[in-house]
Design a protein around this ligand. Structure first.
Ligand code: NAD
Length: 423
């Protein structure tokens, strides 16, 4: 099928590359010319396992990137995967969605074939119907007989995005009429997964609800972890016993420094905000966010309990990405921790296998070490923020520290004397 995808970020690029692998003819429309150049050379501007190989195999053949919307005129289906970042009040900023919709509509003005516009970005319920549809139809000067609309939320996890896209747990397709939904289903016909057909707003709400539930599991585990630490109980033993209950399940029960990334914090905030507009106060989800905001600061408190003031001390921070296998630092729990350390006058020596260069935009003046050993050399304390597999293999590198005070925010070290945030 001829597919255009507007937005060549994490979701758009992974989606487009995987659709190309499935044999579709894909054009990525991306406003950032640097990204377009890189994608056309077969070099993904982001790191994702397996993405570079797939892109190299298909770039210039089944996938092209462009800053222009020309491909939309011949597309059978157009996906929107632009960002929906949070506004200062927590609600979703839909301006990128709106402007992409208008550009798509303008490109469909003079076409005659039926085309379906699909929202893949995470958007508040009602967005496809009340913002995307009118913007596209208005700019195109057409009716819904000529352009169909669907909502197809994305559930991929960064770091495992290609694998998740090709082997999803489910494919959710929301549409207001079956014809539009059928076309979306056709694109996925070679992927084996349960397909759930819903209305537009239910599809939008499924994505927010999934993320809110997973975030709740994490904050819940962190609260239990905090009290377990206090009582001298191993929260990982506790959660192992709890997770064996099939009604609960074993995943997302790992207590630690909290959730980050481009989705959970922003999507839970957006849900709280849209509920407020609807006259509902989501007390539980507000607390989920509250626990998550407080959690990383405990790392610094535990460090100070052992070390005393961090003023003038060299503190190694291992891990900057919000999780392993990605260079994404959006809402990474390392950010509030580093800010705390800087506010208290510490010298921060940071190391991450991938995310150092991106973090330089946030903290230009901290030290970026080129290895964990370099960060640890002479350090008075160490905070482990990301579950990178290479950190779990560290051992004698810790002997380079001036004071072997190690606090981990993810349970990955087996060395004696390491203190965990919740254990
Ligand atoms: P991103 O910021 O990585 O990518 C968005 C891209 O869209 C950027 O490259 C930007 O330059 C481009 N863009 C913005 N306006 C444009 C326009 N008018 N025309 C063309 N390109 C435009 O964001 P992302 O992480 O890919 O997320 C996209 C959406 O998918 C968000 O709503 C997010 O919540 C959702 N989502 C993300 C993930 C994830 O793990 N990252 C998972 C599921 C869903």
């Amino acid at each position: 099928m001829k597919i255009s995808i507007v937005g060549g970020g994490y979701v758009g690029l992974v989606t487009g590359t995987c659709f190309a692998k499935l044999g579709h003819d894909v054009t990525l429309i991306e406003i950032d010319p640097e990204k377009v150049r890189a994608i056309n050379k077969g070099m993904p501007p982001i790191f994702e396992n397996g993405l570079e190989n797939l892109l190299k195999q298909n770039a210039g053949k089944r996938i092209h990137a462009s800053t222009g919307y020309e491909s939309v005129t011949s597309a059978e289906i157009v996906f929107i995967s632009v960002g929906t970042p949070p506004k200062p009040d927590g609600s979703a900023n839909l301006s990128y969605i709106e402007s992409a919709s208008t550009s798509i509509g303008e490109s469909l003005k003079n076409t005659s074939a039926y085309c379906v516009v699909v929202v893949k970005s995470t958007v508040p319920p009602g967005t496809t119907e009340k913002i995307v549809r009118p913007a596209v139809l208005r700019a195109a000067g057409k009716t819904e007989e000529e352009i169909g609309f669907a909502m197809n939320p994305e559930f991929l996890r960064e770091g495992r995005a290609v694998e998740d896209f090709l082997h999803p747990d489910r494919i959710v397709i929301g549409s207001s009429d079956p014809r539009a939904g059928n076309r979306v289903a056709e694109v996925y016909q070679d992927i084996e997964a349960p397909v759930l057909r819903t209305g537009l707003t239910a599809a939008e709400m499924i994505k927010y609800t999934s993320n809110a539930f997973l975030a709740t599991k994490i904050s819940f585990s962190n609260e239990i972890g905090n009290i377990c630490k206090n009582l001298g109980i191993d929260v990982y033993e506790v959660m192992k016993g709890v997770g064996l209950d099939p009604r609960i399940g074993p995943l997302f029960l790992n207590a630690g420094a909290g959730f980050g990334g481009s989705c959970f914090p922003k999507d839970v905030s957006a849900l709280v905000s849209l509920a407020k507009d609807a006259g509902e106060d989501l007390i539980l989800l507000r607390s989920v966010l509250d626990v998550n905001e407080r959690q990383p600061h405990r790392m610094v408190v535990y460090l100070e309990n052992r070390l005393g003031s961090v003023f003038g001390k060299r503190i190694a921070v291992l891990g900057l990405a919000f999780k392993d296998n990605t260079d994404d630092i959006r809402d990474s729990r390392a950010i509030p921790v580093i800010q705390d350390l800087l506010d208290k006058g510490a010298h921060v020596a940071a190391y991450d296998p991938m995310a150092g260069p991106v973090m330089q935009n946030v903290f230009p003046s901290i030290e970026y070490a080129s290895s964990a050993a370099d960060a640890l050399r002479g350090a008075d304390g160490c905070l482990v923020m990301t579950e990178w597999p290479e950190f779990s293999r560290l051992d004698k590198e810790f002997d380079l520290m001036a004071h072997p005070i190690i606090i981990e925010g993810r349970r990955i070290l087996s060395r004696n004397g390491v203190e965990g945030i919740c254990w």
